[in-house]
Unconditional design. Structure first.
Lengths: 342, 285
């Protein structure tokens, strides 16, 4: 709700100025609003801000408008490769990004975008399990498989994200979360079908909220959401399941049809500043790819396993990759069935 | 005369551009072939309509009908006595009460839906009150259930049921009731033979105005029902935005439109029948 009000407030305030602007389309609750205000103060560029809660919806809008309408978008890795392949993105001019060197080189030059031609990492993080430590004993939940336990009937939260939910089932069945094999995907669908009676709610808008309101005590969650809930006083535990958590990277990209390309570069460069990246990371609670910001972080954030996973947990998990149109179409079909309860 | 013509042509142009053409596009889209890259491509096909009637989608369709029907019946049961009582007050009180009924509509429905979330949550007002009154010991799950969806639909759509009913009651000639009583008709008889037939147009139009939108309110099912595909609106939204199968999403919309047309047709027919029998007119709609 806060983000809805905030977004409309930001939009409304922008109607007053029709001047220099940059249009940002980001995941909901994925930026420290004071960072946005600071950018406008320093540069005089107004930020028009809109949010989405799934890669699929973001992609549909961009595809429909042929990459017009937004100056900065924040897709996950597998959508960076898909969108650049389809010509929806424009190359990023790194000569305009004086702070690019702040980034952790381990997160650059990956398969999804060789040489970071189109994308600049924004945050990376994980999807795993969180539970309310006040009502559930430690050690009750250690694996994805534990979510299938009958005691959670009608009680679980799942993220409203087709790739993440399938990733979980694929890992339980001993397959890669990035499989393109139709048989393995079908098997994952069968596995998930038996989980559906346990599902109370799908939420990718702010998965922490049903936890905070007491409606849910166990479910899938994102590390940053758990961190934010902890900041808001909830006693939430974050568990990296034994089958391996889902890891992902979200990147800043500039769509092909962007109208304020210069401002978009300015905004990206601003986000790459070490102190801005620090403020942003301490607010959203995801792991920052900004190496220069890490020494600036408070100890509490830097040492929080929910924010920065251990190397062991990273090795045990798996990063999301592009699985191609065919496999993702198949997953989408099964996803519709699952959400319908079939 | 010129002014009149101007108004009519502006209205016509408006309806053509913003209602007729979009619907034509929708119908056109529904018979195209889906394509992940270009959304829709040739050739023309009826595949999407066939898919709507596969067990998967038909079950959503049916379930959505059920939820919308329950919401409509509840709206009717609440609105009918309310509209009746409303019509018995003097005109100043009526105006005030109608104003109070419409007042919440000045707040965006999305914000009111979030308010319902807070109300129905496990730590929400409803659960807290019931625990304090000793009705329950543990908070019960109200949010993310079908109950919550129906609650939200009834809450948002109730005024649309009240208004046409009120209009029917308001126009009803109260002296007919007195005449009925003088001639010895009991309460039940007066209700069945005078009130019910005279308010039937209000009942039918109120039900139509509630029933069809109820099936489409995807954000109610998303926010209060836990984003499971409960209403037709959710399926259409997901087909367009997530699965990007536009022809099929369009096919669902076309079927909904046809259903609406069919119901209106039935209504007109029924009305004609009633007016031939009892001399009633459709003027109070």
């Amino acid at each position: 709700m806060n983000k809805l009000l905030a977004a409309s407030a930001i939009l409304a305030s922008n109607l007053a100025f029709a001047g220099d602007k940059v249009v940002v389309y980001n995941w909901s609750e994925y930026i420290d609003e004071s960072v946005v205000e600071q950018f406008t103060e320093e540069t005089g560029i107004e930020v028009e801000y809109a949010t989405f809660d799934s890669n699929e919806v973001m992609y549909s809008k961009l595809k429909l408008q042929q990459g017009k309408g937004y100056d900065i978008v924040v897709p996950s890795t597998y959508y960076v490769s898909k969108m650049s392949r389809e010509g929806l993105l424009q190359p990023i001019d790194k000569s305009k990004l004086s702070n690019f060197g702040n980034l952790n080189v381990d997160l650059l030059n990956k398969d999804y975008d060789k040489g970071n031609q189109y994308s600049v990492p924004y945050f990376w993080g994980s999807t795993a399990i969180s539970y309310d430590a006040d009502s559930i004993e430690a050690g009750t939940i250690t694996s994805w498989k534990d979510l299938w336990n009958q005691q959670w009937e009608g009680k679980l939260l799942l993220t409203d994200d087709v790739r993440e939910v399938f990733h979980m089932a694929l890992r339980i069945n001993g397959h890669s979360g990035n499989t393109r094999n139709p048989e393995e995907i079908k098997q994952a669908y069968e596995t998930l079908k038996s989980l559906i009676p346990n599902v109370l709610v799908f939420n990718s808008e702010a998965p922490r909220e049903p936890f905070l309101s007491g409606d849910v005590s166990v479910g899938m969650n994102w590390n940053g959401e758990v961190y934010m809930a902890q900041q808001e006083g909830a006693n939430l535990e974050y568990v990296y399941p034994t089958e391996g958590a889902v890891f992902w990277v979200d990147s800043l990209v500039i769509p092909k049809g962007a109208e304020n390309v210069d401002n978009a570069h300015k905004f990206i460069n601003f986000l790459l500043k070490a102190d801005v990246a620090r403020a942003n990371a301490e607010y959203v609670g995801y792991a920052t790819p900004n190496q220069a910001a890490i020494p600036l972080l408070s100890d509490e954030v830097r040492n929080n396993p929910a924010v920065f996973p251990s190397q062991e947990d990273i090795n045990n998990g798996e990063f999301h990759h592009d699985i191609g149109d065919e496999a993702s179409q198949l997953m989408n079909e099964y996803w519709q069935k699952l959400k319908t309860g079939m | 005369m010129n002014f009149r013509r101007l108004i009519i042509s502006v209205t016509l142009a408006w309806l053509t551009v913003f209602v007729f053409l979009p619907h034509l596009l929708l119908v056109g889209t529904s018979v195209m072939t889906p394509n992940p890259d270009h959304l829709v491509v040739w050739p023309v096909t009826l595949d999407s309509f066939e898919k709507v009637f596969t067990p998967l989608y038909f079950s959503v369709f049916w379930h959505s009908l059920e939820l919308a029907a329950i919401a409509t019946v509840i709206c009717l049961m609440l609105a009918y006595p309310f509209a009746w009582i409303l019509s018995t007050f003097n005109s100043r009180t009526q105006a005030l009460l109608l104003f109070l009924l419409i007042l919440p509509f000045w707040t965006n429905s999305l914000i009111r839906t979030y308010a319902i979330k807070i109300l129905l949550g496990k730590k929400g007002l409803v659960n807290a009150t019931m625990i304090n009154l000793g009705i329950i010991d543990e908070p019960i799950q109200l949010l993310y259930t079908e109950f919550a969806v129906i609650f939200g639909l009834v809450y948002l759509l109730l005024p649309f049921m009240v208004l046409p009913l009120y209009s029917s009651f308001d126009k009803m000639d109260k002296s007919l009731l007195e005449a009925g009583r003088d001639l010895g008709a009991g309460t039940v008889q007066r209700f069945r033979h005078i009130i019910l037939p005279l308010t039937m147009p209000g009942i039918v139009s109120g039900s139509l105005i509630v029933f069809l939108p109820a099936m489409g309110m995807f954000y109610i099912a998303d926010l209060l029902g836990g984003a499971k595909n409960l209403l037709l609106g959710n399926v259409v939204k997901n087909l367009f935005l997530v699965a990007r199968d536009w022809p099929m999403g369009a096919a669902f919309s076309v079927i909904m439109m046809l259903m609406m047309a069919l119901m209106l047709l039935l209504y007109v027919q029924a009305n004609r029948l009633v007016s031939r029998k009892g001399g009633l007119h459709d003027s109070n709609l």
